[in-house]
Design a protein. Structure first.
Length: 318
């Protein structure tokens, strides 16, 4: 497997997984995750987003803000992977993202997507079937707000005049905006036209499906006069659990993943990294060979212990 260009992110426990940790994370645990991840060889900290979901879910932006200072101290990037932009106004989100970029020392990745769960939209009175159009309008507006002064925007869903976000982000012209897609041709065209990177979901793609979508994206990037070789291709929401006994790892994590994903647990599918070190390296190789950079894993139990184990048994062996 190739080495130097591989990087890894770790998901903070935004979601209370069914059968997972019984209590929400404490501030101490979150900071321990950052420290352990840095020591283990991870380079970024990620959060996912829902508002009204069938499992309890912490506010992703507040969770990321809580560790931004520690991430700055440890020289780690922070990322929303991803935040449902149609659920929030782009002016408010531009202010939040500019603030996060300041708090983390200019090492923020803004990951946004269309949103996937109707309950989020229904609770806020936002039309679910319009979410893709709302996303397009929101990205254009938010990028302008993060990179320009005194912005006027007249879009299909958002309109405002002479708005300035201050203080501005550290990164210039603004933080990179990575866009999620599960691999549809229309989704990949959106990523290419409006984004600075792509975020795929391991929960919704196998490594082979990721590779097919990456091929679609390469064509769309060329049409948009962007270089496919330098464009980030991240995969996140990859549930992970390791044990020196692979069967024991699958027996522990399988029921949690099955209940959380709503699908039967298939350890060989590539959707997850569950097993011993050798088995996880073999599963990971499929993602790396497909071009995933970075790979972002989500421990289903014992997050600090699993971060350390992943560093010892996977990252150190690449």
């Amino acid at each position: 497997m190739p080495g130097p260009e591989i990087s890894f992110g770790i998901h903070l426990p935004t979601r209370s997984l069914r059968g997972g940790e019984p209590e929400p994370p404490t501030p101490e645990l979150l900071n321990q995750m950052v420290d352990s991840a840095k020591d283990a060889g991870f380079s970024s900290i990620w959060v996912t987003d829902h508002i009204v979901f069938f499992d309890p879910w912490l506010d992703c932006m507040l969770l990321l803000a809580s560790i931004a200072g520690r991430a700055k101290e440890r020289d780690m990037a922070i990322a929303t992977g991803v935040m449902g932009l149609p659920l929030r106004h782009p002016v408010a989100m531009a202010q939040s993202f500019a603030t996060l970029d300041i708090l983390c020392g200019g090492n923020l990745i803004v990951g946004v997507g269309e949103g996937s769960t109707r309950s989020d939209f229904d609770a806020l009175g936002i039309p679910f079937d319009q979410r893709r159009k709302i996303l397009n309008d929101g990205i254009v507006a938010m990028r302008a707000l993060l990179s320009e002064q005194n912005v006027t925007h007249q879009g299909e869903f958002y309109s405002f005049e002479n708005v300035r976000i201050a203080p501005a982000s550290i990164q210039k012209p603004g933080p990179p905006i990575w866009i999620s897609s599960w691999g549809s041709p229309a989704g990949m065209r959106r990523v290419a036209q409006l984004g600075d990177g792509w975020v795929a979901s391991a929960l919704h793609s196998t490594p082979e499906e990721f590779g097919e979508a990456k091929w679609l994206l390469s064509g769309a990037l060329l049409s948009a006069s962007k270089d496919p070789n330098t464009f980030p291709h991240a995969v996140d929401t990859m549930f992970m659990y390791m044990d020196e006994d692979g069967d024991r790892a699958r027996a522990i994590a399988g029921p949690i993943i099955g209940r959380s994903s709503g699908s039967p647990f298939d350890p060989e599918s590539g959707h997850y990294l569950v097993g011993n070190g050798d088995e996880c390296l073999r599963l990971l190789a499929r993602w790396i060979d497909a071009g995933a950079r970075p790979v972002c894993v989500w421990p289903v139990l014992d997050p600090v212990g699993q971060v350390r184990k992943f560093g010892e048994e996977v990252i150190s062996r690449l």
